[in-house]
Ligand binder design. Structure first.
Ligand code: NI
Length: 129
């Protein structure tokens, strides 16, 4: 990657707020960075999502703004800004946000937001911002 060495922008910080302002659509995660085979994705959510699970992987939710509830078949967890929860692989979950939530997701490349459910709420993968 010798070309990268001549590119001063490689020392630029990734600013969550700046990136979030450029996301004009809710429920459509945007990739902001990749570490090995994992991607960091920012998303804006509001309202209800669908029940789904990810049979191949855990999924990390870090709330940056707002309050997110993640429903499970036998309970729920509520995350405020500055809080993290890791949904274990294979566990059915349904995110819900009464007001807008700004969120950082960490998951392996290629994970679909609707998991094994698919359907109309599926967002395109690998959209960088
Ligand atoms: Ni999920």
């Amino acid at each position: 990657m010798s070309n990268d060495r001549a590119n001063p922008s490689r020392y630029q910080a990734i600013n969550f707020n700046e990136k979030l302002q450029r996301i004009d659509e809710q429920w459509s995660p945007r990739v902001v960075a990749q570490m090995n085979d994992y991607q960091f994705k920012l998303s804006r959510l509001e309202g209800d999502f669908i029940w789904h699970s990810h049979p191949e992987t855990d999924e990390a939710f870090i709330v940056l703004a707002g309050q997110l509830r993640i429903d499970f078949r036998d309970g729920a967890v509520t995350l405020a800004a500055g809080e993290l929860y890791v949904v274990p692989k294979g566990v059915e979950h349904k995110p819900y946000a009464e007001g807008e939530v700004q969120l950082l997701l960490i998951e392996p490349c290629g994970v679909r937001n609707t998991g094994q459910e698919g359907g109309e709420r599926s967002a395109p993968n690998d959209l960088w911002i």
